[in-house]
Design a protein around this ligand. Structure first.
Ligand SMILES: CC(C)(COP(=O)(O)OP(=O)(O)OC[C@H]1O[C@@H](n2cnc3c(N)ncnc32)[C@H](O)[C@@H]1OP(=O)(O)O)[C@@H](O)C(=O)NCCC(=O)NCCS
Length: 154
């Protein structure tokens, strides 16, 4: 990803990337293989934030990475589904992300798992940028946050 970003209009600045990753609004999903959540067992992760994009409340996926030898097994799709569930439960209207056009594998992956070019993407304004903003509309979950979870003693 570093190589792709460095060659793009987004650029690569390690300090900026670190600040973005570990911003206090960043949230992570980590996928481990095996019983121990050890760094060497980490096989995939996603970093996301709850944000406002124009008039929409969105869950913005900043990072999605699956270890090379674990790709093609459905982990990426599964992570996207988990993001969708989280977004729906928190009443977000869209799941959004930015993808570099040069990242052909990711472009194909996102199309397969149901993303479309978002109305806010530069393409829709006739701009020829090297990235695309994609989104998937989220359905509202019928979830009552005031309701006590089942099987709790109170
Ligand atoms: C993109 C990435 C997250 C996909 O994760 P993955 O676990 O390999 O994807 P999955 O196995 O869940 O694939 C889900 C679907 O997408 C399709 N797909 C995945 N990669 C694809 C590719 N390169 N070309 C065509 N289709 C692809 C799969 O065939 C699958 O379709 P199916 O369920 O109908 O069989 C992974 O390749 C990756 O980490 N890439 C490097 C980091 C990256 O580019 N991240 C995105 C930054 S925007």
């Amino acid at each position: 990803m570093r190589v792709l970003c460095a060659a793009s209009s987004l650029g690569w600045d390690a300090k900026k990337k670190h600040a973005e990753m570990f911003h206090r609004f960043s949230r992570f999903i980590l996928v481990f293989q095996g019983p121990e959540p050890l760094a060497e067992n980490l096989v995939a992760f996603s970093m996301f934030r709850f944000e406002n994009e124009e008039e929409y409340c969105v869950l913005y996926c900043y990072e999605l990475q699956v270890k090379e030898e674990m790709r093609g097994m459905g982990i990426g799709r599964c992570l996207m589904n988990v993001l969708e569930c989280i977004g729906s439960e928190w009443r977000m209207q869209k799941l959004m992300l930015t993808v570099l056009k040069a990242n052909k594998n990711a472009v194909k992956f996102y199309a397969t798992v149901g993303f479309q070019i978002d109305a806010s993407s530069p393409t829709n304004f006739g701009y020829k940028e090297d990235y695309e903003i994609l989104s998937r509309v989220l359905e509202e979950e019928d979830f009552d946050f005031d309701e006590a979870p089942p099987n709790t003693n109170h």
